[in-house]
Each structure stands twice: as structure tokens, then as C-alpha cells.
Design a binder for this molecule. Sequence first.
Ligand SMILES: [Fe+2]
Ligand SMILES: [Fe+2]
Length: 302
Amino acid sequence: MPTLLELTSQGDVGTMTDESQLSKVKLMHPQQLYELWERQSWSAHAIDLERDAEEYATSVTAEEKESLAYNLSAFFIGEERVATQFSGLVRAYEDQGEEAFLTTQQVDEARHAQFFNRFYVEVLQRDGTFEDRLEKAREDVNESFIQLFDVELPDSQERLLADPRDLEAKVDFVVLYHMVIEGTLALTGQHFMQDYLEKQGKLNGLLEGYQRISQDEHRHVAYGTWFLQQKAGDPALRRRIQSRLQELIPLATGVLVPPGVEDPYDYEILGYHSSETHQFAFNALSRRLKVIGVPLAEEVAA
Ligand SMILES: [Fe+2]
Ligand SMILES: [Fe+2]
């Protein structure tokens, strides 16, 4: 499966080797992404988790469960957060194609949270309500995660809800949501989790869920890339995108590090070294920024 920027009018550029071509990529626009959503629909309740429950109880070790917990809980809480903190962007649509696409994205995020809730009930056997399970999952994440999802994200949405026509607030929101949370963190977590589950050959229901969710996330990130590419034509907005990213990257890097790790630059999770996961996340972001036309470090020309 292509991992980056595959949703363009020219097909798959995720494997494009000529980096100079990235700035010339023609992205799918929201109406096309909406039509793609109709073709890619799926049901979180149709995935079979019976075998996963058996395997989790009998052949997943305690150590493995501990390593899985950070990724699973980060996604469970993260999906709930991105569903409920999305309404401001839906109200900030600029045409009918964008409105249609954004409403599908909010439904997708609710579906992702539903999938993880099912997994927590049927496989992890967590009792209580959906809210109880979310609360318990918060024990597995770190402070950077809480800061990003419970402070930065709601604050950013509040600004959009206060004035949906505030273009700067909309740009800030898409940088945080689509570029950092989805494009840098979620797609990285999904990539390594899918790779891990494929190699293990167990928890196939979970793998199927991740594959479906990741397909949705690529569509979401494609929208964010398209939107920022449109707005980056304005030098003031281009500088804003760059400075917002520079502010958020240290926090996002902190989210990647599982709780309890001694050295944040030297640790392993599920058999992957931190240098590999951090590099994957950074490459994903920097390739998208090339498409958008905003360098991460250099000065943006006035
Ligand atoms: Fe999602
Ligand atoms: Fe998403």
C-alpha cells in the first residue's frame, strides 16, 4: 500500500523518486475526495473480532500487551477527540464540494472511534461505558498527548467556532489537525502497527481495522494538503503555516514517545527503534510540505 500522497489526479506519487516533481503534483480536490469516500465506505461493526479475542487471551504475551497499549489507547482517545473537535471546520467550508467532503470526514472519525471501542469491549474485555473506557485508556498516554488532544486541538476549534470565516484560524486548524495529528502522527502509528501485525500473523481483525482506518486517513490528509496548497499562494499564510508547524513539531515529537521511556531519542517499541519511527514521521511531513510549497526550516520568501 502506498504510504504518502497517493491521492492525486496523476495516481500514486507515494513512491515518486524524483523529489523535484513533488511541487508540481496536482492534488484531488474535495469534490473528488467526497466521491472517493462513497467508493471506499466500510463498517466498523462488520469486522470479525472473535478470533482476535481468543488470540489476545491465549497467545499475546504480557509484554506485548503493554507495548500494544500505548498505540491502541492513543488511537482510541485520538479518534474520539478528532471526531468531536471537528465541527468548527465543517462550518468553515468555502464551497459545496468542501462541505460534502468535510461532513464525510467527521463521520469517518466517529466510525474509527467506534471500531476502537468495539476492540476494547470484545477483545480487551473492558467493562463499563464508552466514556469509562476512554477514561481508563488515558492512563496509557503521556503528557504531550494530553496537551495536544485536550488543549491545543479544542483551543484551535474554539477559534473557528467563534468565527468560521476566520481564514487564519482555519489554516492553523488544518496545520494542527491534518498535517500534524493525522499526517505526521496517525499515519506513522498506523504504518508501524500494520507492519507489526502483518509480521505477527495474528489479531487479523485489528489489522483489518487499521487498514480501513488508514485508507480513510490518507483521504483526510489529502484534503489538508490540498487546502494548504491553495492557501500557501499568499505569502502571509505561507509564513503562518511554517511558524505554526515549528511551534507544534516539538510537541508532536513528544507524542511519539511511549510513557516511561528513559531516553526519548533511544528506545524501542514493538521491535522498532525510535530513529526509524521518528524518521518515517519526519519524511512524511516534509514530503507533503514540498507539495504544499512551504519549507519547514528555510525562510519563506515575502
Ligand atoms: Fe481517524
Ligand atoms: Fe482522520
